[in-house]
Design a protein around this ligand. Sequence first.
Ligand SMILES: [Zn+2]
Ligand SMILES: [Zn+2]
Length: 81
Amino acid sequence: MLQLRPNCECCDRDLPPDSRLALICSFECTFCTDCAATRLGGRCPNCTGELIPRPIRPPVKFARFPASAERVHRPERCTAS
Ligand SMILES: [Zn+2]
Ligand SMILES: [Zn+2]
């Protein structure tokens, strides 16, 4: 099950579970589309894997499968270009 982390690892902006701006890698490192395009070159800076749009979980599922509340923020990994 996806964790659905609540923020971008680079810029710490909020990425709610229904956000269309959220991208993830296969390890669920989570970034916004802006950082992916301008700073990351479309690759995860932690594992170098590709970043793809995070699927939207149907809201009715959140009672049993809540989104993660644990914020991950590692801006030192995100080199500005
Ligand atoms: Zn970002
Ligand atoms: Zn990754």
